[in-house]
Design a protein around this ligand. Structure first.
Ligand code: 13P
Ligand code: SF4
Length: 312
């Protein structure tokens, strides 16, 4: 229960101080959480912030795999997530046991496994290196040229990286249920309604949608792209929370959400599970806490650290 005279946001700030906690938030979080966070960013920026965190507690406002990544690089810290059910359809599309069985079945390929960060600690433990949408091209370019690459779990991002690098890769057939909702039809329609507005799309979108985009990039790069562009209006083809960050940091421009065939914008139901009330409760109770078996964590840390090193 919040203390009388203090609103919820003030209560959270007071609890944060008491716990010596840091609040990290992904760009898709609700506006109120973004406004309270110590850092708001994409998966790459959040991984660096987590690795550098000088706090006893990390309250991670994002989805489960993001909080897990923070724990992987901070075994001695308490990492909490406001809602333990905040998962990710993309991460779910590649269970660690299924990946292990696939690697055993195709042992002759001697795969170098590049895992997009949207996966469980178990999958990270099986991977050779992790990547995010912000560094995937750079990471794949560093993989030894004589190795066959298996890219998991996002086939759309994987296809985009292949197009950018010219490097062949075998792709796991996973996708993000939010980004595949944008269609060629829905994006062509919004382009007609806003002629001249650049289309900025996330690489988790399908190829048909990416081909309509003026810029394909991570959520963090969307901010720098819009800041440096002379355009007055932009069509943003990703999860709707991104628009809060853009409107806050790039004032005076118009941000139009990319529509789907059914809705005017796309929400990730997992990202939206976190609320100020749940953030308050997780700082108060230090739960739900992220716990990872040590052997898995240590193996996963190697592939996460390799990514952090390669993308400097
Ligand atoms: P970014 O790393 O670009 O923020 O993407 C994370 C994500 O989950 C996209 O759906
Ligand atoms: Fe996962 Fe898609 Fe939600 Fe990102 S938007 S967290 S990839 S389900």
């Amino acid at each position: 229960m919040p203390v009388a005279g203090l609103d919820l946001a003030e209560e959270i700030t007071a609890l944060k101080r008491e716990r010596n906690a840091i609040i990290l938030a992904h760009n898709y979080q609700i506006r109120e959480i973004q406004e309270l966070a110590d850092f708001v960013g994409d998966s790459l920026g959040l991984s660096y912030k987590a690795a550098e965190a000088n706090a006893d507690v990390i309250a991670f406002c994002g989805v489960h795999f993001m909080a897990e990544t923070a724990k992987i690089v901070n075994p001695g810290k308490t990492v909490v997530l406001p809602d333990a059910n905040a998962g990710c359809s993309l991460s779910d599309s590649c269970p660690a046991e299924k990946l292990a069985a696939h690697l055993a079945k195709h042992a002759d390929r001697n795969y170098y496994v590049v895992a997009y960060i949207n996966c469980s600690a178990g999958v990270k433990a099986l991977a050779d290196v992790i990547c995010t949408s912000g560094n995937a091209v750079k990471i794949v370019q560093r993989v030894p040229a004589d190795r066959n690459i298996l890219f998991v779990p996002d086939a759309n991002l994987g296809q985009w990286v292949m197009d950018q690098t010219g490097r062949p890769m075998d792709l796991w057939a996973g996708n993000c249920y939010v980004h595949v909702e944008f269609t060629r039809n829905s994006i062509e329609r919004i382009k007609r309604e806003h002629p001249g507005a650049p289309v900025v799309a996330h690489p988790e979108c399908t190829t048909a949608v990416r081909l309509l985009a003026d810029e394909v990039c991570s959520t963090e790069k969307m901010v720098s792209f819009c800041k440096s562009s002379p355009a007055r209006a932009f069509i943003i083809v990703t999860e709707s929370g991104m628009l809060h960050r853009l409107r806050r940091e790039v004032p005076g421009r118009e941000f139009i959400p990319g529509p789907t065939d059914k809705c005017a914008c796309a929400d990730c139901r997992y990202m939206k599970m976190n609320t100020l009330e749940k953030l308050h409760a997780c700082l108060r109770d230090l739960a739900p806490e992220i716990i990872i078996p040590e052997a898995t964590r240590a193996r996963a840390e190697e592939s996460v650290r390799r990514m952090l090193e390669w993308s400097r």
